[in-house]
Ligand binder design. Structure first.
Ligand code: FE
Length: 269
């Protein structure tokens, strides 16, 4: 078999990808499940997530939202057109999708404001170490790790799970109806643009990883790609665990957020 990978099957079918990549996806599936089926999204979906946990979630995930185009820019710096089809695909994908992310930061701010958070709360509010670890990890892997590793950790693992949990939250109107009608559309915009079970982006990222590595990867390539995907899932899970724990504790070192915990809420059960 030629070691070069050229996809012939459908983009969104795992069987279209090299055996080693299928095995990685299978090995990471349990860890992925702990993210997309996290309790926080079940409670959000039902409109029953306590306000303290919701606010903590919005502030915790904010750095990843804000920095996501920068992660892609760091990966774009690694692209060398002359290195073959995988690099050409990565170049196109990254340039195109950095543009797509243009408005998403503003949508996240709108969503947060609908829950009583200000811009400053997002920018300067307190986050748990686990929440910080997630964005630090994304920056680190995109800055230091090889292109297929970093794209697997972010464009495949983070974007893929985000599309799934956003779809879960949106697949009933329970959460949405918690917002007053006049702000509902604006509040739900970020979730709506990400809520696609059929989003092709994570699959395109997987195709780029497969094309960059080919059919005959070195053992260490397989190991670091698998571990990068699992790390993204684990950091997300632990950050989300902390958000739920926020509902049960009053540990708030930041004075301003302490005030916000008592602020009126927009979403009710
Ligand atoms: Fe986005």
């Amino acid at each position: 078999m030629d070691s070069q990978f050229v996809r012939t099957g459908p983009l969104m079918e795992l069987a279209s990808y090299p055996q080693w990549l299928q095995e990685i996806v299978a090995a990471c599936s349990e860890s992925r499940r702990t993210v997309v089926e996290h309790e926080i999204f079940h409670q959000m979906h039902l409109g029953m997530l306590p306000p303290a946990a919701m606010k903590r979630f919005l502030t915790s995930f904010w750095p990843v939202i804000e920095q996501f185009p920068q992660y892609m820019a760091l990966n774009l710096l690694k692209v060398q057109y002359q290195l073959g089809a995988g690099h050409a695909m990565a170049r196109k994908y990254l340039i195109r999708n950095i543009r797509v992310e243009q408005n998403h930061v503003e949508y996240w701010i709108d969503w947060s404001q609908a829950h009583g958070l200000s811009r400053d709360d997002l920018l300067f509010g307190w986050r748990s170490s686990n929440a910080d670890a997630l964005s630090h990890w994304c920056w680190h892997t995109c800055e230091r790790d090889p292109l297929p590793v970093a794209m697997a950790a972010t464009n495949y693992a983070i974007e893929g799970t985000t599309g799934e949990w956003a779809a879960l939250v949106c697949n009933s109107s329970l959460y949405e109806r918690g917002f007053p009608e006049n702000i509902r559309k604006q509040a739900m915009k970020w979730l709506r643009v990400h809520a696609h079970y059929d989003d092709t982006h994570p699959w395109e990222a997987l195709e780029i990883v497969a094309t960059l590595i080919g059919h005959r990867p070195q053992r260490r390539d397989v190991a670091i790609i698998e571990s990068a995907i699992v790390k993204s899932y684990e950091y997300m899970r632990t950050a989300f665990d902390d958000c739920l724990a926020a509902a049960a504790t009053s540990h708030m070192p930041h004075k301003k957020l302490g005030r916000l915990e008592a602020a009126p809420i927009c979403v009710s059960s």
